[in-house]
Design a binder for this molecule. Structure first.
Ligand code: ADP
Ligand code: CDP
Length: 205
């Protein structure tokens, strides 16, 4: 069984996926963390984030591993844990450029498809591209302002700056971020976190 939860930036994908996964007693899989890890390593190596070859060589020689858990995912490069470095403003800024590279998308997709079922997978294209045969699909939305207000509690920038950055990333992610035709679209604006989780669990039951 695979449940997919896609959606726009800061729509609640990881918090909701974690809640749903814990209720189901399965791990959740955060695909965005792999794009973030590729971006962090590219930035640290001062690579051109628009150019795939050097990035892929780096990822090939220093393999990155996603550890999917119900409570939160962790990312490793060998013995080094990258998790806490993946949500910085500079990774936020660069990640959509890296995620637009087909070679990087293949690198992420191969890792995700190798994971043992069951799990809840969250990202942009889990229900459309990576797991089109998933048993249940959801897509989370909310206005840019509401998402920015939520994220402002986790980032040093103010709401207008975060809102502008989210809108820029939404635009860059448009290609891979669309609801699957068979996904239930949930506007999380009027709901709290538990309300979104309960909506999904009700549908699953
Ligand atoms: P994403 O994985 O889509 O980037 P997150 O799960 O990180 O989103 O959520 C972004 C922030 O918004 C977190 O601080 C989270 O607790 C909060 N949040 C998510 N969904 C809701 C909601 N429905 N109501 C209130 N806060 C929410
Ligand atoms: O929720 P938020 O957008 O802040 O972060 P994320 O889910 O970690 O995704 C970070 C970035 O990775 C997105 O902005 C996309 O550019 C990319 N991504 C993607 O292209 N496809 C996915 N399945 C997941 C993430």
């Amino acid at each position: 069984m695979i449940v997919t939860i896609d959606g726009v930036a800061a729509s609640g994908k990881s918090s909701v996926s974690s809640g749903v996964a814990q209720a189901l007693g399965v791990p959740y899989v955060s695909s965005g963390l792999l794009y973030r890890a590729a971006t962090l390593l590219g930035l640290e190596a001062s690579l051109d984030l628009h150019a795939a070859p050097h990035l892929l060589t780096l990822l090939g020689t220093h393999p990155v591993r996603l550890e999917p858990l119900a409570g939160g995912n962790r990312v490793w490069q060998g013995e080094r844990e990258l998790t806490d470095d993946l949500h910085s403003t500079r990774v936020d800024r660069g990640v959509s450029v890296v995620a637009a590279l087909p070679e990087v998308r293949e690198w992420v997709d191969a890792q995700l498809r190798a994971l043992p079922e069951p799990f809840v997978a969250e990202g942009r294209d889990m229900g459309t591209n990576v797991f089109p045969h998933a048993s249940h699909k959801f897509y989370l939305t909310a206005s840019a302002r509401i998402r920015a207000e939520r994220r402002a509690r986790e980032r040093p920038e103010d709401v207008p700056a975060i809102e502008a950055a989210l809108q820029r990333r939404d635009e860059l992610d448009t290609v891979q971020s669309a609801p699957a035709p068979d996904a239930l679209v949930i506007d999380t604006g009027p709901l709290d976190l538990q309300g979104v989780i309960d909506t999904i669990l009700t549908r699953l039951r």
